[in-house]
Design a protein around this ligand. Structure first.
Ligand code: CA
Length: 373
């Protein structure tokens, strides 16, 4: 059995931030396991157990003490490689009754080459060893030959629909402004894969009816806030990573407007950052932090002033960002886990009110953040 390892948070690294020392003392990272290969998403299935995806194409049950189960049987064919593979997983809001989960992955084309992001539902077997009734309920169109920008964060909305983020596939950024494809979009579907009648482009000639919002680049984080509103963040290019609160039918600007530039310099699109008919982000990061994972903290386990904070992982700068919002604007950011030195892939609040973090490494970790030293 794997013994959890404890590490103290260095106060020195967090000292430049206002109130950083006070907050740093508030968490102790408890590494439950470091035996995950590029873990991407974590979901909670009761009794302290979790489901964790590994990008190469495995889904495992992890016990409360960090012990890993064997990979679950029953996954569909996955086109793993580059940024693609088995990506996010969530449990249904009725999981305790129906044992249903949803996962997304890079799906190979049925024939020929190419892939795209797909979303599947399944039932977790009673013995926790396999997936049953696996059904692909949505496939991003078109299939395309790229191993980048799959997006792939799943959120169940309060109305029972599923929101899925999808990237622009890196080389197809112009598609993000066109409604005849799913590149650079957020889609909203029902749990059986059907299209809700009140989706914004239902009945519009030439538009795919699953689309909720468009003009996105590559979103690897999404979450509901305490009021049930849907938020997400997305990678910019060089600079211009964004937090958005996508609303039905709206255009979030990529690649026409951005606060970033091309890798190595040079303007993107029209080289402008605002335009009529295109939404401004709630917040943008330049330089890019390469965000992944997103959670609004509901519990007061870390003190009242952390309750409601937004947590976002940084892959590039290797920290967990705690973000305070007021009136829909970012008023404060605080770097956590900076001395842990790992690319943060996902962050979720568990049923115990504690935060859980995945690190994007070959020996990837599942970390529980314990309150206090
Ligand atoms: Ca934008």
């Amino acid at each position: 059995m794997h013994t959890p390892r404890f590490a103290a948070v260095s106060l020195a690294l967090l000292a430049p931030l206002a109130a950083g020392a006070q907050s740093a003392a508030r968490i102790t990272p408890e590494v439950l396991t470091d035996k995950l290969d590029h873990p991407w998403g974590v979901a909670f299935i009761g009794d302290g157990r979790m489901l964790v995806t590994e990008r190469p194409g495995r889904l495992r049950v992890v016990q409360a003490n960090g012990e890993l189960g064997a990979p679950l049987q029953g996954l569909p064919k996955i086109d793993a490689g580059g940024q693609g593979g088995l990506l996010d997983v969530i449990t249904d809001s009725g999981f305790a009754r129906n044992r249903t989960l949803y996962f997304c992955f890079s799906e190979p084309a049925a024939s020929g080459s190419g892939n795209s992001t797909a979303l599947a539902s399944a039932r977790l077997s009673d013995d926790l060893k396999r997936l049953e009734q696996v059904k692909v309920i949505f496939s991003q169109k078109p299939k395309y030959g790229s191993n980048a920008h799959f997006g792939c964060r799943i959120v169940e909305h309060g109305d029972g629909t599923l929101f899925l983020t999808m990237g622009d596939r890196y080389n197809r950024k112009e598609d993000a402004q066109k409604l005849d494809n799913h590149h650079g979009k957020i889609v909203r579907i029902r749990k059986d894969g059907s299209v809700p009648k009140d989706n914004p482009f239902v009945g519009k000639q030439g538009a795919l009816p699953e689309i909720w919002s468009y003009g996105h680049r590559n979103a690897q984080g999404a979450a509901l806030d305490a009021n049930g509103r849907y938020w997400m963040h997305e990678h910019g290019a060089q600079g211009g990573d964004e937090i958005n609160r996508p609303e039905a039918g709206k255009n979030y600007g990529w690649p026409v407007i951005t606060h970033g530039e091309n890798y190595g310099g040079g303007k993107i699109g029209e080289g402008i950052s605002e335009k009529a008919g295109m939404e401004q982000p709630v917040h943008h990061w330049t330089p890019s932090i390469a965000p992944s994972g997103m959670a609004f903290l509901k519990s007061d386990k870390y003190g009242k002033d952390w309750q409601g904070s937004l947590f976002v992982g940084s892959l590039k700068f290797r920290y967990l960002d705690r973000i305070e919002l007021r009136d829909g604007k970012v008023v404060k950011e605080e770097k956590l886990l900076a001395d842990h030195g790992a690319r943060i892939r996902d962050v979720k609040e568990g049923p115990d009110g504690l935060l859980y973090v995945l690190t994007d490494e070959r020996r990837g970790e599942l970390i529980r953040l314990r309150p206090g030293k």
